[in-house]
Ligand binder design. Structure first.
Ligand SMILES: [Zn+2]
Ligand SMILES: [Zn+2]
Length: 271
């Protein structure tokens, strides 16, 4: 084989070795799919989601799901790099498996929601903190609304935001206690829109199995318009929400792909 043919052959093999959307692991409880060359989505059978982002020096696991066997060793099949375990918020479908890990990172405003039986070290993040994974930087942005301490993680170079439940996965649940004023959520949407104007293109939500894609800016715009409409008492065709979770009679409003679930008793409260 001459050198050119050999090199093209090597390149061909490399191109085959990474296929976006390739499933790399599956058992009864979870499926891991590679979405980018350094990013994987972990989908669980109860429709929760983790994302794994790998840099040259470290990897970050974003959320840990509800209850999974051997999660730590399964993650180790994908990366052997030191792991930063980041929790977007403290609901049990995102922080349920923290017991597998010696330490976690989260926003302090969500400690009220965290399972008190966790024995590991809890490190707190603040808005603007940057985690350098080596060639990949992940920045923390505080986006309260769904919970007081909800954060999103942004990778500016890749144009990606990992949003947890901050903007929902079609449905933003804003009816759960402790309730935040609707204006708090509007402010988070406005901030997210600005980030999307400055280069963030893809929003990967916290329940990927329901959507199987990244949202774009139009989704956040719809969310903000709905939330502003609720504050101003606009006619939005509100309907009772089928799942009676979080408050007595949750209501919902929908625009395009975006639905807000809210407690009608609390919407009028202003910041
Ligand atoms: Zn949640
Ligand atoms: Zn959730």
């Amino acid at each position: 084989m001459n050198k050119i043919v050999y090199l093209s052959f090597l390149f061909f093999c490399f191109a085959l070795s990474f296929k976006a959307g390739a499933q790399v692991f599956q058992n009864k409880e979870l499926t891991i799919t590679q979405l980018k060359d350094n990013m994987w989505v972990v989908e669980t059978d109860d429709k929760t989601t983790m994302y794994l982002v790998e840099g040259a020096q470290q990897a970050m696991l974003i959320d840990v799901g509800t209850k999974t066997r051997k999660l730590d060793s399964i993650i180790r099949l994908i990366t052997k790099k030191p792991l930063v375990v980041m929790i977007t918020h403290a609901h049990s479908d995102h922080a349920g498996n923290i017991g597998f890990f010696d330490e976690i990172w989260m926003h302090p405003a969500d400690t009220v929601l965290l399972n008190r039986s966790y024995k590991g070290k809890i490190n707190f993040v603040n808005d603007g903190d940057v985690f350098d994974l080596g060639g990949t930087q992940i920045e923390v942005v505080h986006m309260p609304g769904h919970t007081p301490g909800s954060i999103v993680l942004i990778d500016r170079n890749a144009g990606i935001c990992y949003s947890g439940d901050a903007f929902g996965s079609n449905h933003a649940w804003l009816q759960l206690k402790p309730l935040s004023p609707m204006q708090t959520y509007v402010n988070s949407c406005i901030r997210m829109e600005k980030l999307m104007d400055s280069g963030i293109k893809d929003l990967y939500c916290g329940h990927y199995p329901y959507v199987k894609k990244a949202f774009d800016k139009s989704y956040i715009v719809s969310m903000r318009e709905l939330a502003e409409g609720l504050i101003h008492g606009a006619e939005l065709g509100a309907e009772p929400y089928a799942q009676k979770v979080g408050c007595k009679n949750p209501m919902s409003v929908t625009k395009g792909e975006a639905t807000i679930v809210y407690d009608p008793v609390f919407v009028g409260n202003k910041e």
